[in-house]
Design a protein around this ligand. Structure first.
Ligand code: HEC
Length: 249
């Protein structure tokens, strides 16, 4: 066991024991950055210790120097000269290689609406229809006011009291609730499109909109046909946006 008296062997043993302790002795496992930091501190401590007096320092360096210059260590030297660059190269490769990543969620935010939907047992055309409540201009204010109440009761928690998608619950959801003030939402859509989305919600989205994790509820069992048209009128009135027209108009 005389080789255990060599400073170099002692240093290596201490390093290995410390590494095993840090890696497997800490629960829950310490992150690599912490282990690397601890190992660097241990290495500095060992170097300080072995270099504390001249004999110990010489004893520490002897095996290193022997490996570099002694003829009988030629084989070891050659092996090291091949293995060390390979290890370094492998390390550089693992750092530079592209890491596998989850694919970005590609989701059609505004998929094409169906031609028609079933609403409480009645077929409602989505393609080409306009908001029927807009025909009677005199009732406009009334409908918007009713729509505002419906909004505050049902939609505000997610879509926000400023209609900007910043409701109380908004931060818990991905995708986030639509921001109606943003020109990329209702301003680009026909009212009939909104009718479909409000009636059928997240569950009614077609395949292009997967992943299906929209929390937008389906309102068809809670709001009547007129109530949905009213809340739509409120959305446009409150944000100052205009609904998109069907091309033929
Ligand atoms: C539980 C939260 C929640 C509530 C309550 C909610 N929504 Fe939504 N809504 C969402 C989320 C999330 C989205 C975005 C994902 C999507 O398009 O399905 C959304 C999307 C929409 C869209 C589609 C906008 C676009 O650009 O395609 C409309 C319209 C809409 N909501 C209207 C309403 C109305 C009207 C109400 C109330 C009657 C309401 N929402 C209530 C969460 C909610």
């Amino acid at each position: 066991m005389s080789f255990l008296r060599s400073r170099f062997v002692q240093a290596v043993v201490v390093l290995i024991v410390c590494f095993v302790l840090f890696r497997f002795g800490i629960q829950p496992p310490a992150p690599w950055s912490v282990i690397t930091l601890y190992m660097a501190i241990i290495l500095i401590a060992i170097l300080a210790f072995v270099s504390s007096d001249a004999d110990s320092w010489r004893s520490f360096l002897t095996p290193l120097r022997d490996t570099v210059v002694k003829p009988e260590r030629r084989l070891l030297r050659m092996v090291l000269m091949i293995v060390m660059p390979l290890l370094l190269g492998y390390y550089a490769y693992t750092q530079a290689a592209a890491k596998p990543q989850a694919p970005p969620e590609l989701r059609a935010v505004h998929p094409a609406p169906p031609a028609s939907i079933q609403f409480r047992g009645k077929e409602i055309n989505i393609q080409g229809i306009d908001n029927p409540l807009r025909k009677d201009q005199s009732a406009f204010k009334q409908h918007v006011a009713a729509g505002g109440e419906i909004y505050i009761r049902n939609c505000m928690y997610c879509h926000g009291d400023n209609l900007d998608g910043q409701g109380h619950f908004a931060h818990g959801f991905s995708p986030p609730p639509a921001n109606f003030v943003d020109p990329g939402t209702i301003a680009m859509l026909q009212e009939a499109y909104l009718f479909w989305r409000i009636a059928k919600g997240g569950p009614g989205l077609p395949k292009e909109s997967t992943p299906w994790n929209s929390v937008m509820p389906a309102w068809e069992d809670r709001l009547t046909e007129d109530q949905i048209w009213q809340v739509i009128m409120y959305l446009y009135d409150a944000t100052g946006q205009q609904p998109r027209r069907w091309e033929s108009h």
